[in-house]
Design a protein around this ligand. Structure first.
Ligand code: NAD
Length: 478
């Protein structure tokens, strides 16, 4: 018996949750349920997070959370409960199966059956943003080795568990050699531990284009947070059935399962809504807690129901659909089909599945880290880089000297192009003179001199090498 927490949410949430629970209980799910209140009512009672402390206690105790969609009130500083839950509970893996249900749901891609596995905690979503000059703002893209290892390993273990043949990695490491480069490198390392599963890497631009055009060539796709956010919606959309998709957010200790659609308030309380998205979330939940046989029974009955043409209004299609039903009747039809398999759609086989257990991350031996210089970022409103170089060269000392200036990453000094457009945000790279030793005292001296010379330094980035290998990007054109 597994204890789970449910939240019925807002809008159509209570109706689709009731239908979902009824179906999985009829299938024999071995669960006990604690219900909590989240969402609109909690927000409007003045709780900006949309969830009470006692509810967190229940979620953390049970560890498994099935959540119906909620309505986040507009304005007023309300925090998205989804984002908070993911971050607080360390739900690093977002799993979204995207499969077409042709011919029962219209799609241009009848043979599509892919699973997007998106890193869920880091990348540009750390939310570390700063305005630095009048013209320039920045957002830090943080990628960590544990973050990469956990998500990539999850993708391969998922593929192994679900009999998937191939894991594809999407990054843009031809441009972001450090951040996306690390993701790709870890992918290659971990892929080599799974010789039975094919692996490949695509640069995200052409990979995304190919996925939108010929999704049937992909199986499991793993990627960093931002790309995954965008492409998991594209993938769900092109199956033709965004309203039927579920998603799982998996952490080392806790997991949350949901539908990908929202609370559809205009459809609430009319027995109209399609419970399929949340049911798909519940199927993933049953698999996650090791009740694969029940998950299989539910999934095959659901596929059979769609195949029988028993459809809610959102997928009802003259000519293909046979019977227009509401939420309750749809749930009854799925329950009546428990134990049956679809004939045309491919039945699933989950009965041998056990809960996925992943090894915990082990920190590697620290590398030999050396300071090789510093990038000093400067706010300067001139336009001629040679003039700026003359100003910055005043900071040169016996220990450190200016070697390069870039603007938005492009080298503008020495020997820049006059065509290059420049903003008021400049990176000035200082390296030790004659390869002499360089330490943080030199950086402090540099910054002290900059104050004396009235130079507006906005930040510094240390230039390190790890085990003798430079670990920072060159200027474009350097
Ligand atoms: P939505 O997904 O609620 O609705 C989009 C369209 O799809 C509507 O026409 C709706 O009627 C239809 N639809 C959605 N789910 C359906 C279902 N199960 N059955 C039948 N029809 C369905 O998106 P929205 O209108 O942009 O957002 C409404 C609210 O949902 C907003 O407050 C938003 O913040 C919230 N939302 C919550 C979540 C979540 O909790 N995970 C996700 C997205 C949006």
């Amino acid at each position: 018996m597994t204890n789970i927490t449910i939240a019925k949410g807002d809008g159509i949430g209570p109706e689709i949750m009731d239908a979902t629970i009824k179906i999985i209980m009829a299938a024999g799910a071995d669960i006990s349920i604690d219900e909590i209140e989240v969402g609109e009512k909690v927000y409007l009672a003045g709780n900006l997070a949309g969830i009470a402390k006692e509810s967190w206690d229940i979620i953390r105790r049970n560890k498994i959370f099935l959540k119906a969609p909620i309505t986040t009130p507009q304005g007023g500083g309300y925090k998205s409960l989804n984002v908070t839950t993911r971050k607080f509970l360390g739900l690093y893996s977002n799993v979204r199966p995207c499969m077409s249900l042709h011919p029962f749901v219209k799609t241009k891609h009848p043979d599509m059956d892919i699973v997007i596995i998106r890193e869920n905690e880091e990348d540009l979503y750390a939310g570390i943003e700063h305005q630095q000059t009048d013209e320039v703002v920045q957002c830090l893209k943080l990628i960590s080795r544990p973050g990469c290892e956990k998500i990539v390993r999850y993708a391969f273990e998922y593929a192994k568990q679900y009999g998937r043949k191939k894991v594809t990695c999407f990054t843009k490491d031809n441009i972001m050699k450090q951040t996306d480069g690390l993701f790709h490198q870890v992918f290659d390392e971990i892929a080599s531990e799974y010789p039975g599963i094919e692996n490949e890497h695509w640069i995200i631009d052409i990979g995304a284009a190919k996925m939108a055009d010929t999704p049937e060539i992909f199986d499991v796709i793993v990627m960093p947070n931002l790309y995954g956010d965008v492409l998991s919606d594209v993938a769900a959309q092109i199956t033709g059935s965004v309203g039927l998709a579920g998603s799982a957010n998996i952490g080392e200790q806790c997991a949350m399962f949901e539908a990908i659609h929202g609370s559809a308030p205009r459809r609430a309380n009319q027995d109209l809504a399609n419970p399929s998205g949340l049911l798909q979330g519940a199927v993933m939940m049953l698999n996650h807690i090791g009740q694969g046989a029940i998950a299989e029974k539910v999934q095959n009955a659901w596929l059979k129901t769609l195949e029988d043409g028993i459809h809610t209004y959102d997928i009802y299609n003259e000519g293909i659909s046979k019977l227009l039903v509401g939420t309750k009747a749809f749930a009854e039809a799925v329950i009546n089909n428990l134990g049956q398999k679809p004939a045309l759609l491919k039945p699933v086989q989950f009965d041998k599945n056990s809960a996925l257990v992943l090894p915990t991350y082990k920190r590697q031996k620290p590398k030999n880290k050396e300071l090789n210089g510093v990038d000093v970022f400067v706010h300067w409103s001139g336009s001629n880089p040679d003039e700026l170089a003359a100003v910055i060269n005043q900071l040169n000392s016996a220990d450190a000297e200016l070697t390069m200036i870039t603007n938005r990453g492009i080298k503008v000094w020495p020997e820049g192009f006059e065509e290059t457009f420049c903003t008021d945000h400049w990176r000035c790279r200082f390296k030790p003179v004659n390869g002499n030793a360089f330490n943080k005292t030199h950086i402090i001296e540099l910054l002290g001199n900059a104050i004396d010379k009235n130079i507006d330094t906005i930040k510094t980035e240390n230039l390190y090498s790890f085990d003798g290998k430079p670990a920072f990007s060159l200027g474009q054109g350097q």
